[in-house]
Design a protein around this ligand. Sequence first.
Ligand code: ADP
Ligand code: MG
Length: 326
Amino acid sequence: MSNIKVENLTKKFEAATAVDGISFSVGPGEVFGFLGPNGAGKSTTINILCTLLSATSGRAEVAGFDCASSPDEVRQAIGIIFQDPTLDNGLTAYENLLFHAYLYDLDRVTARRRIAEVLALVDLTARKDDLVRKFSGGMKRRLEIARGLLHYPKVLFMDEPTLGLDPQSRNMIWEFIRTLKADTGITIFMTTHYLEEAESCDRVAIIDLGKVIAIGSPAELKAGLRGDTIRLVAKDNDALAAEVRERFGMDAKVSEGAVTLTVERGEEFLPALIKTIRAEITSVNLTKPSLNDVFLALTGKSIRDEEADPNNVMRAMARSSKKRGH
Ligand SMILES: Nc1ncnc2c1ncn2[C@@H]1O[C@H](COP(=O)(O)OP(=O)(O)O)[C@@H](O)[C@H]1O
Ligand SMILES: [Mg+2]
């Protein structure tokens, strides 16, 4: 039994294949994260699942209903929190919720009860009569989560729910997510490009250039790396990498101004490495596996740097258009 089932889903826009034949399923009560850099295809996937976009090919099913043939049933079963805020700033928190309740045909009594419930859940009861215009980013996000829960959805979709929020608001939202999961058993599907956020999910699909390149619990994904990451910087990184390959028979990669290699028990290997190597090393760094390392191992680039460096986005676009034969 799964609450979300996606088979070979593809979405082509004129200029790009945003989603490229992905498949996965999400069970009841799971917090499932879609992790990937900007432009990976996360929002496109979520929009198809929410019936806001139609797929080019493949199938998507939510709460047992087909997204293409039964969009109304799907919409009744889901709550959505979009990447960009969609609250009415000119209304109070309460009015925003009431408007949503009308859209979902809740009667007056039910609406009043549920609005009180969700406001309490996100800790905004005291601010319910304030104009949303006066809310901080974190408060607006909490109100949007409250709104998404008003009609008791089976599946809650959140597109980058904590994007741009300060760490405190981010933590608070994660507390709500955990409470929700424990109290209601709701399925949560969220996209993120924050690694810390993905670490908190039950399972994660890593998406890049429209493809799911790995899927599993954070622990499973990291276990696949079998080891620690050693980052070395030398005057001549290419020469260092060549030396490591030659002397240790290891797969040393040069990227982002450093040589990286994966070893088991890095702390034992590192002293031997440094003693043996002739190249002049200027910096040494040992880290236990993170989801970023999983991404790095699979794609040769880092989620974080992709975000910071627009050239990487350009390169990614060039790669994907080359692949399509342009
Ligand atoms: N409506 C659209 N028309 C054309 N291209 C789009 C549209 N929406 C998204 N894309 C493209 O599809 C790719 C994936 O975008 P998106 O799903 O928004 O990625 P993410 O949410 O992971 O950042 C990008 O290359 C983006 O430019
Ligand atoms: Mg997006």
